[in-house]
Design a protein around this ligand. Structure first.
Ligand code: FE2
Length: 196
């Protein structure tokens, strides 16, 4: 091989093979069976349910960040920090839910337009809202997640999918219940300085 040919071939090997495309390897909604001792029916039901909770959890997570940024008023600092803490906790749930879906052989939702089409949480306005409205919106979103998580946890247990049941109860339900406690206390109308 000549010196110039050798130089060329080394250069070609280093060139990134970008702009590639091909068919999907697994369509959304299709279950890729795994040897996990679960029936395809049970896996499919859990994947469908988990994708719904995933879409709603992504939306709730993003609602926390919106309110973390757009907050105003005398409770700004404490709620700014609390909303971000809950954002991080919801973000951890998002990853746990998506990886459970993949574990079961399903395909997790991921991108914003797909999440927007799927979520049951009402779309908030782009503009800023008062703190009591922000918190009411968050509580409504939490309740949507909790209602579906309770019902889906029962379905998973009945189908023998103990892992999904455990995730929904131990992670989704417990995290959401605790966050509901923390933010709902901010809507209790008690005097700040002088007792009634
Ligand atoms: Fe921030």
């Amino acid at each position: 091989m000549s010196k110039s040919r050798r130089t060329q071939s080394v250069g070609d090997r280093a060139r990134p093979l970008d702009h590639q495309s091909a068919h999907e390897i697994q369509a959304f909604g299709h279950i890729s069976r795994r040897p996990n001792a679960l029936s395809e029916k049970a896996a499919r039901q859990s994947v469908d349910n988990l994708n719904q909770v995933l879409a709603d959890t992504i939306t709730l997570r993003d609602l926390y960040k919106k309110h973390h940024w757009q907050l105003s008023g005398p409770t700004f600092y404490q709620l700014h920090l609390l909303f971000d803490k809950h954002y991080e906790e919801q973000n951890d749930l998002v990853d746990t839910l998506a990886e459970r879906i993949q574990t079961l052989g399903g395909v997790s939702l991921a991108m914003a337009p797909d999440v927007a089409e799927t979520t049951l949480i009402p779309r908030p306005p782009r503009g800023r809202e008062e703190v009591p409205v922000q918190i009411s919106r968050l509580l409504h979103a939490h309740e949507i997640v909790l209602e579906e998580a309770h019902s889906m946890a029962r379905q998973a247990a009945e189908a023998g999918d103990d892992g999904t049941n455990d995730l929904l109860v131990s992670d989704v339900i417990r995290t959401n219940e605790k966050e509901v406690w923390f933010i709902s206390e901010h809507l209790v109308d008690v005097p700040l300085v002088k007792a009634d």
